[in-house]
Design a protein around this ligand. Structure first.
Ligand code: S3P
Length: 183
């Protein structure tokens, strides 16, 4: 949604949502919230442990609950998890409560960025490339549908990407002033 006081980052694992989100938040002087970290904090367990004990369905339930809470806030940068767009109830929350930016990336970049990752259960596959391709096929149409703005990945560092995206957003995001929190 544009204008909006919130900035929501969507896109696949390894797109740099958390690192770029942190830098964008600094640039726009807003708090940055990482949805995975919020779920871990609330649950007291890592994403990997939640998947192990409760399965993906349990994780998605917790993710949706936090997403509903966080998208109700004003004046935040929210870095979502790659699958946060899946639950149908999450989509209007993202669409109607923030300026949604899709951080695109290539499978090559994802594989390179995630090469040492052992924390993402969905990457525990014999063929990571095939898994990432399959997720992209399923999810790209949803990212596209939700995005107010699409940023192509160029393979640059997160620092450079964040600077480039910040200047694009200066032009394209009509930033609404967040209402003062009521006490
Ligand atoms: C997931 C992405 C992860 C995390 C979980 C599931 C997904 O977040 O939420 O492992 O379904 O793509 P990142 O996109 O931040 O890696």
């Amino acid at each position: 949604m544009n204008p909006s006081s919130n900035l929501f980052l969507i896109g696949p694992m390894g797109a740099g949502k958390s690192s770029i989100g942190r830098r964008l938040a600094e640039h726009f002087d807003l708090p940055c919230i990482d949805l995975d970290a919020a779920v871990e904090e609330r649950t007291g367990a890592s994403v990997a442990t939640i998947f192990e004990i409760e399965g993906e369905a349990g994780f998605r339930r917790r993710e949706s609950e936090l997403l509903a809470e966080l998208t109700a806030r004003d004046g935040i940068v929210l870095a979502t998890g790659g699958g946060a767009v899946l639950a149908p109830e999450n989509r209007p929350r993202l669409r109607e409560r923030g300026f949604v930016v899709w951080l695109q990336t290539s499978i090559e970049q994802q594989l390179a960025r995630l090469v040492r990752d052992r924390q993402r259960p969905l990457l525990e596959a014999p063929d990571r490339r095939a898994r990432l391709e399959q997720l992209a096929r399923e999810r790209d149409p949803v990212y596209r549908e939700l995005a107010d703005f699409v940023v192509e990945g160029t393979g640059e560092s997160c620092q450079h990407a964040a600077a480039r995206i910040a200047s694009l957003l200066e032009r394209h995001w009509q930033r609404a002033v967040a209402p003062k929190p009521t006490t």
